[in-house]
Design a binder for this molecule. Structure first.
Ligand code: FEO
Length: 394
């Protein structure tokens, strides 16, 4: 992709990574991603905002062949998908300085071995003049590392937000053209890396809330020319109010747990509760994370393997615990052949979840009438709990 003009003297640079399918060796990327950098040419100074992931450094360095001078490299975030090409950019522009938060400086020195003399650190609210354009730096910690900041360009009312508001989405469109598609990609990104920090992110939303913003330019995915779309979505996702949703990750080996899941999902649906069921043998774990953003209740379904839960269930429970969603209730259903400690072991995996545990249902062998009755009771209890929290109308 060539350099693209956004406004007079403001350009998009960067790389679209259509083929990437995994981030951090952990996060599925079904739609690829992009590493957006931006160039702002003031009447006196020029700034490059962020760089690209090192495997795509050549793309950025080719784009920069037509840029004779860079005075400042703004590093919003030390993670290498944005910072990793800074050393190469510094090699080309010998007098450039890296502008970042005090925490960002230490992390960039550790991660990329950038010499200390190359840095300018900026405090929250500090500004840097490019002549006829001003960069205002707003510290926005924990989106999703402790050092993160964003840049506001008041003359053009543009917020450069790096990971904040970003979406893992490869597209040839500079700006959002399909809000529904971007909504899911941005929610996936929020769920996977920012959800645990939603309390701080709410404060960050307040911090940027009093600025007039015409464009939000993130460092992943397309630019928002209707900022209210993504800001409102973040307000919803970061609230502590869940929705009338049960998330049900499960796995089954010989059909007993699957039968229980099928029965429970049907009973919940009849009670007016929305259920998202995920068979962990085949699911995209990112879809599970997306559903955890809104869910009020998690029900984990597992067979028994060597007396404990199935390893895939252990992974899902560990992930849910790490993401700290706004869940209010949890339960476990499943089966065993001769002995099981699956319930105790799963309960031990989710200490971060501030949930009320609802009576689990564990059956020996294939479920019988009494087991189905217990599942009916569990469904009724979940619906009642959702009603008590005004998530489900009576
Ligand atoms: Fe896109 Fe946290 O890096």
């Amino acid at each position: 992709m060539k350099i693209r003009k956004m406004r007079e003297d403001i350009y998009w640079l960067g790389a679209v990574d259509w083929d990437r399918r995994l981030f951090d060796s952990l996060i599925p990327l079904p739609d690829g991603t992009s590493y957006n950098a931006y160039l702002i040419q003031g009447s006196e100074k020029t700034a490059l905002l962020d760089t690209v992931d090192p495997p795509m450094a050549d793309v950025l360095m080719f784009q920069l062949e037509s840029v004779p001078r860079i005075d400042y490299i703004i590093a919003h975030h030390a993670e290498q998908d944005h910072s990793g090409t800074i050393p190469q950019v510094l090699g080309k522009y010998r007098n450039a300085r890296v502008v970042t938060t005090p925490k960002g400086k230490g992390m960039l020195m550790d991660l990329l071995h950038i010499p200390e003399g190359k840095f300018i650190t900026v405090e929250d609210g500090e500004t840097l003049s490019l002549g006829n354009k001003t960069l205002e730096f707003i510290h926005t910690p924990w989106v999703h590392w402790p050092e993160t900041m964003v840049t506001y360009l008041p003359e053009e009312r543009i917020l450069f937000s790096c990971d904040f508001f970003g979406s893992h989405l490869a597209t040839s469109d500079l700006s959002v053209t399909d809000e529904a598609r971007v909504y899911e990609a941005a929610k996936r990104y929020y769920a996977e890396i920012m959800m645990p920090f939603r309390k701080v992110i709410r404060k960050n939303l307040e911090k940027i809330g009093d600025r007039a913003i015409d464009l939000i330019a993130p460092s992943h995915g397309p630019i928002y020319d209707r900022p209210a779309f993504i800001v409102d979505a973040y307000r919803d996702w970061t609230s502590e109010e869940p929705k009338n949703v049960v998330v049900l990750p499960y796995i089954s080996m010989h059909g007993s747990t699957a039968k229980m899941v099928e029965y429970l999902v049907s009973a919940l649906a009849e009670s007016g509760v929305t259920v998202h069921q995920f068979n962990l043998a085949v699911t995209d774990i990112g879809k599970l994370a997306i559903t955890l953003v809104d869910a009020a209740t998690i029900v984990i379904g597992t067979p028994t393997v060597h007396v404990g839960p199935h390893p895939n269930v252990v992974y899902a429970a560990y992930l849910a615990n790490a993401l700290r969603p706004k869940l209010k209730f949890a339960s476990i259903i499943g089966s065993y052949g001769w002995s099981s400690k699956a319930i105790e072991q799963i309960a031990g995996l989710i200490p971060n979840l501030q949930v009320e545990i609802l009576d689990p249902v564990l059956c020996q062998g294939y479920p019988r009438e009494a087991d189905f009755k217990a599942l009916d009771n569990l469904a009724a209890t979940i619906a009642d709990k959702h009603r008590q929290h005004n998530l489900l109308t009576p």
